[in-house]
Design a protein around this ligand. Sequence first.
Ligand SMILES: C[S@@+](CC[C@H](N)C(=O)[O-])C[C@H]1O[C@@H](n2cnc3c(N)ncnc32)[C@H](O)[C@@H]1O
Length: 219
Amino acid sequence: MEAKQLKNIVAQLAYPNGEQGAEIATKMNDTNAFITARTLEALAPNEGEFIIEIGPGNGALSSGLVKKIGFKGRYLGIEISNDMAQVAEKALRCASSARIDVHSGNCYDARVEDESIDGLIAVNVLYFIDDLNALLTHIRPWFKPKSRCVFGIRPVRTLESLRFHELGHQIRSPEEIEDAMRTQGFGEILITHYDEGEGKLGDISFPNGSIIIKAVPCA
Ligand SMILES: C[S@@+](CC[C@H](N)C(=O)[O-])C[C@H]1O[C@@H](n2cnc3c(N)ncnc32)[C@H](O)[C@@H]1O
């Protein structure tokens, strides 16, 4: 694959938009089904909970989550791509009678009431967050006591193969994320690694895997 083509695909992963963004989002529903399922297992949502998702893409992978929280539950997606936010909100409202909103905007700017949420997930999003400490400082007050924060990320070797660094994105090890989370008031951090064998993007082959980082807010 030419460097320009890879750059274009990675830019769409960071901010899916237009026709190509819609296509890439549909492909992500396949490639990211496993990592999202493991993230949701770690979150273990319950009926009636208020869950936030940062970067849901087109929302297809979150339909199980919104069904699980049921009609008394609340789901708030925060999605920087307006195209994705609109599609996700429509799809998820069809999937469940929970209270569902997907706001179009940057997660750094989202306003959420303190101690209001039962859980937060972000799958394949942290690479596009330049200042992780700033994000964690921003979201930490939202968590109720005993709530859960779960991030799904790809291993360093996967992101290096896709040249995320060269393309201006962040490659962080799970330990680096764990340290930042501890500093910003999260604890009981559990990191689980899954090997997904060989991944393919066009003619690029890479070692693929999922890493799930689960934490709770410290009292
Ligand atoms: C690689 S996609 C992952 C989509 C989905 N979670 C999945 O795993 O298939 C990253 C998503 O995060 C969104 N995103 C990136 N930066 C963001 C930010 N600062 N605030 C909110 N959403 C963001 C992108 O628009 C995109 O939809």
